[in-house]
Structures are given as C-alpha cells and as structure tokens.
Design a protein around this ligand. Structure first.
Ligand SMILES: *[C@@H]1O[C@H](CO)[C@@H](O)[C@H](O)[C@H]1NC(C)=O
Ligand SMILES: *[C@@H]1O[C@H](CO)[C@@H](O)[C@H](O)[C@H]1NC(C)=O
Length: 185
C-alpha cells in the first residue's frame, strides 16, 4: 500500500499535480442523461493533464452494445504520425444515475469513474473523473469535448464555470491540439 501510494504520488507529481488532499468533490451531473444521444464521436477541446494521453487530435467514439453497455474507443495521433487507439467498455452502475459511468480499458482492472457533468449531445460535453485514495487524497481528470473540433469561447467559459464550481482549478486545463487531424477521419 505504501509503495502504491508513492507510485501514485510520483505519477501525480509528474502529471502536473492532478492529486489533491481530501475526498473527491461530488459535482452535479447532467439531468435526464440519455446515453443513446451521447453516442458517436467527440473531440477533446481541453483537459486536465492525463498521463495516458500523449498525442494530439484526441477523440473518443462511443457506441451502444446490445447488453446496454457502451463501447469506448479513444484515439490520438502520435508525433511519429501513427494513430494510437485503445478500446474499453463503459457501464452505468446505477440506472437511476445514468450520467455516472465507469470506464474500464483492461479486463480485471478496476474502471475509472466517468461523470457527464453537462452535455447538449450535439455540440459540447463536460466529463469529470475523480478517484479517492484511502480517504486521504484524490486524483481527478476532466475533459471538455465537442462534436466538431472547435467550441465557441462562450460555451468553453460556461463549462469552466461548472468545473470551477466543482472545485477544479481551471488554470490547470490544457488546450488540446485539434489541428492537422485529417488522417484521423
Ligand atoms: C433517448 O434518445 C433516443 C434517441 O434520440 C430516443 O429515441 C429515446 O426515446 C430517448 N430516451 C428517453 C428516455 O428520452
Ligand atoms: C442508486 O441511486 C439512487 C439515487 O441517487 C440511490 O438512492 C440508490 O441508493 C442507488 N443505488 C445503489 C445500489 O447504489
């Protein structure tokens, strides 16, 4: 447990401090979330730094599976010109909280929370992921996603306000590079 703790701290430190004291915030999620409308491709506009994303043109494609779970395919363009992708499964754990999903990319490894804080389904989505560790600290990630590769400053600013209200330091957000992505489509 101590080793894990140190590893996580090191990872978090290397990752521009996405770890914080105390427990995860519990921000409100999108009301009446309709997962069907959420399916399809979303492009990453901004994010809290995540170690596991190194390229550009980051995108996520969601598709409903017959058992009601969601297939997730994340893809990005690496600096060597290769497309890197990973597939996972997202599941709603509690049907009365449909905007709270759990995404797992590796069998047997616990999934990560995936909270849809806000979406209009056709232009923007705000996703938050926070994990508690031993009740002592938490590590969080956030993504502003859009259907086209751009989003208006107005909308971005509204989503910043929501993240801010959730206690996220929006100064840590990085703007994603969505230029030169033709090879992705
Ligand atoms: C969810 O969206 C789909 C596609 O637009 C629609 O057919 C379905 O009725 C919606 N479900 C609810 C519960 O509104
Ligand atoms: C599911 O969510 C509802 C509403 O938030 C809550 O009351 C209920 O306890 C949850 N069920 C489980 C199994 O967590």
């Amino acid at each position: 447990m101590k080793v894990l703790f140190v590893l996580l701290l090191t990872a978090a430190a290397a990752d521009c401090q996405s770890f914080h004291r105390g427990r995860c915030p519990q921000p409100p999620v999108q009301e009446n979330f309709n997962v069907t409308k959420y399916m399809g491709t979303w492009y990453e506009i901004e994010k809290l730094p995540a170690m596991f994303e190194k390229g550009k043109c980051n995108q996520a494609t969601y598709s409903l599976l017959e058992d009601g779970t969601v297939k997730v395919r994340n893809a990005e363009l690496l600096s060597n010109g290769k497309i890197s992708s990973i597939e996972g499964v997202a599941t709603v754990k509690n049907s009365s909280q449909p905007a709270i999903l759990d995404v797992s990319f590796f069998k047997g490894v616990p999934g990560a929370p995936y909270w849809v804080l806000s979406t209009d389904y056709h232009s923007y989505a705000l996703v938050y992921s926070c994990s508690d560790y031993f009740g002592l600290f938490h590590v969080d990630f956030a993504w502003i996603l859009a259907r086209p590769r751009v989003l208006t400053e107005d909308v971005i600013s509204q989503l910043h306000d929501k993240l801010d209200a959730a206690g996220v330091n929006i100064k840590r957000l990085l703007v994603s590079d969505q230029t030169g992505c033709d090879v992705m489509t």
